[in-house]
Design a protein around this ligand. Structure first.
Ligand SMILES: Cc1cc2nc3c(=O)[nH]c(=O)nc-3n(C[C@H](O)[C@H](O)[C@H](O)COP(=O)(O)OP(=O)(O)OC[C@H]3O[C@@H](n4cnc5c(N)ncnc54)[C@H](O)[C@@H]3O)c2cc1C
Length: 429
């Protein structure tokens, strides 16, 4: 069903509750862990609830319906000379409700935080069909448990988000973007440590790419070119942004990168001199998942570790999977400024795809073990859904799993809201 208002969502949920019918909330269906997949349940798609209810430039807030597409929300903020900073490659189709339910991250987390940090209030239809109106636009509101945080990252298992109050920021009007060749991954961290304090609050993006990513993009994405003249083990895509027109960001970035070259942590660098150049540098980063497809089967990991441990993680996890599958190809990239690496693994050249994929659990297990030993997480920004339920069950302490079940039981005692997702022992009715 595709309801067009909060009242219609509530009516559908009440009817489902009365008939004992299970429901799956669905946004743009771009989630990567199967959270919006239905198997015999009623899909409630929020796509028609796409109104921007209000943009309040003075409050630096906007109130939007859950089905609003992320790119449209960004555009509506910009019209009011404001920035809504959540940004990810699926922004043309993912929806605010899905972003909230997965606590989405993306490329601006370093400076602005993830969806949890960008939200002030929520409106939610509970599994009973009651509506919780928590659409408060307050920066300070210590009045009991902060209920919105159960639904943010709740993957649609506790209720259906119908609207949200989001935080806005001054619009970025100038930027400096660099693509940097590095001797190794450890150097990326050295450059990050230099740039963050040197650029104040203006470092917005610090993304890692490794050489196999570039090779795949050059091989499979038409028009892609290597901006540097020699190959390097690792690369960083770096962007500074400012709300001031004459911010001097380019000179600042140039100066700091020159000092990093001097110190040996940067081997070569190119700065975007036009919007077209900036777009082509970003394209190298954003095209990686697409470019990986023609290389055969791949096993995906979305891990996080403390930022200082990223290089050690990549080295140790690489050794572990190469010992398990000789010839496996490491396609590591991601939000290194947040300690979040998409540690993807492509099958050895010429290997049998099905046999490789049959080892999914073994390979993700090896990778997650290394991340955990460094104090990291097996799911950084994609959530649990269907795909990582057994990891959650295995890797979290009984006391934490019991708390999760008690919350589920308190809000959805009949298990009708997105059953079978996140918690492994919860059976669809
Ligand atoms: C190319 C690509 C790049 C991506 N990059 C990133 C990235 O950089 N960072 C990142 O964090 N994620 C990324 N993702 C995954 C990310 O989780 C989703 O893109 C997005 O946040 C999900 O939004 P959606 O509207 O598509 O949700 P869906 O896929 O429809 O749903 C996702 C989950 O949310 C629930 N849900 C949806 N709407 C509601 C609602 N209104 N109320 C309650 N529950 C709801 C669903 O039941 C499901 O469990 C990427 C995905 C793709 C395809």
């Amino acid at each position: 069903v595709r309801p067009g208002s909060t009242a219609e969502v509530a009516a559908v949920v009440r009817a489902c509750a009365a008939a004992g019918v299970a429901m799956v909330p669905q946004g743009g269906n771009t989630g990567l862990v199967g959270g919006a997949v239905a198997a015999g349940q009623l899909i409630i798609n929020l796509g028609r609830m796409n109104n921007i209810r209000e943009v309040d430039a003075a409050d630096f807030t906007m109130t939007v319906e859950a089905g609003a597409v992320l790119a449209d929300v960004q555009a509506a903020a910009e019209v009011a000379n404001r920035l809504f900073p959540l940004s990810l490659a699926a922004e043309g189709s993912c929806q605010i409700g899905g972003n909230l339910a997965t606590n989405a991250g993306g490329t601006g987390v370093l400076r602005y935080g993830n969806m949890r940090e960008l939200t002030l209030g929520l409106e939610v239809v509970l599994p009973s069909g009651e509506v919780w109106d928590g659409l408060r636009r307050l920066r300070k509101d210590n009045t009991g448990y902060d209920l919105k945080h159960m639904f943010i990252g709740g993957e649609g298992t506790l209720g259906i988000i119908t609207a949200a109050v989001l935080k806005l920021f001054p619009l970025s009007v100038s930027s400096a973007t660099a693509f940097v060749g590095l001797p190794d991954v450890a150097s990326a961290l050295a450059v990050f440590e230099r740039l963050r304090p040197a650029t104040g609050d203006q470092l917005t993006t610090f993304e890692l790419l490794t050489r196999p990513c570039i090779d795949m993009v050059l091989a499979h994405i038409p028009g892609a070119v290597d901006p540097l003249s020699a190959p390097y083990q690792a690369y960083a895509l770096i962007e500074l942004t400012s709300s001031q027109q004459d911010s001097g960001l380019e000179q600042l970035l140039e100066r700091e990168l020159a000092a990093a070259i001097e110190a040996g942590t940067v081997a070569d660098a190119v700065l975007a001199r036009s919007q077209a150049q900036r777009a082509s540098l970003w394209h190298l980063r954003e095209a990686i998942p697409e470019a990986q497809k023609p290389e055969g089967a791949s096993v995906k990991n979305d891990i996080s570790v403390p930022v200082s441990k990223v290089a050690e993680f990549i080295a140790r996890a690489g050794t572990a999977v190469q010992q398990a599958v000789p010839g496996i190809r490491l396609v590591s990239f991601g939000h290194i400024g947040d300690g979040n690496i998409h540690f993807n693994l492509s099958q050895p050249v010429g290997a049998d795809s099905a046999a490789f994929l049959a080892r999914w659990d073994e390979l993700t297990g090896l990778v997650s073990d290394v991340a955990e030993s460094l104090g990291g997480s097996f799911s950084a920004e994609h959530g649990i859904g269907l795909v990582k339920r057994s990891d959650l069950a295995r890797r979290r302490e009984p006391v934490e799993l019991a708390l999760l079940r008690q919350v589920k039981q308190a809000l959805d005692p009949r298990g009708l809201m997105n059953p079978g997702k996140m918690l492994v022992d919860e059976k669809p009715p």
